[in-house]
Design a protein. Structure first.
Length: 153
C-alpha cells in the first residue's frame, strides 16, 4: 500500500480549492492500491485557504523549530502543518505504507523543491514538512514526477 497526495488523486483540496489530478494516481486509488491523504486538511486547514510557504528554511527546519510556515496574510500556520504531518505519519504506519507519492513544491508535500518563503513563486531545493517527517521515519518519499519508481518497487 502507498499513500498519495489527495490532490493528485483528483480531490479538490489544494489551497485554491482545485485538484492536481494525475490519472495514474487516480487509478491507483480507484483500484484500492493507494490511500489519498492531504496533510494540510488533516491538520485543520480549510479548503480553499491562503497560500502558505516555509519561511526561514525547509520542512526539516520546521520540524526542528527553526523555520515557520506563514500564509499570504501573515498568519503563522506552522502548528496546523506539523499536526497534519503527524497525522499523515500515523496513517502511513497504520497502512504499512513504505512509499508515499506527494505533490511537489507544496510546503507540506514537496519532496525535492519548495517555494522560497517570499511568496514570489521562486522555488528552492528542500522538502515540505510532511515529506521531511516521513523521510525521517524511513518512508520513501517521491513526487508525482517520479511515479516510475512506484512501479519498479
Amino acid at each position: 500500500m502507498i499513500l498519495v497526495s489527495s490532490c493528485l488523486a483528483g480531490l479538490k483540496v489544494r489551497y485554491n480549492g482545485l485538484d492536481s489530478l494525475d490519472e495514474t494516481i487516480g487509478r491507483l486509488v480507484e483500484e484500492g492500491r493507494a490511500i489519498p491523504v492531504c496533510p494540510e486538511v488533516l491538520g485543520g486547514c480549510s479548503t480553499p485557504r491562503e497560500p502558505a510557504e516555509i519561511v526561514g528554511g525547509s520542512g526539516e527546519d520546521v520540524l526542528n523549530g527553526i523555520a515557520r510556515i506563514i500564509d499570504t496574510t501573515g498568519s503563522d500556520v506552522t502548528d496546523k502543518f506539523v499536526q497534519g504531518a503527524m497525522e499523515t505519519l500515523r496513517i502511513a504506519r497504520e497502512a504499512g505504507a513504505t512509499i508515499v507519492v506527494l505533490k511537489e513544491s507544496s510546503p507540506s508535500c514537496g519532496s525535492s523543491r519548495i517555494y522560497d518563503g517570499t511568496h514570489s513563486g521562486r522555488k528552492i531545493p528542500g522538502m515540505g514538512v510532511t515529506a521531511a517527517l516521513l523521510h525521517r521515519e524511513g518512508i520513501t518519499v517521491l513526487s508525482e514526477n517520479q511515479l516510475e519508481r512506484v512501479f519498479k518497487a
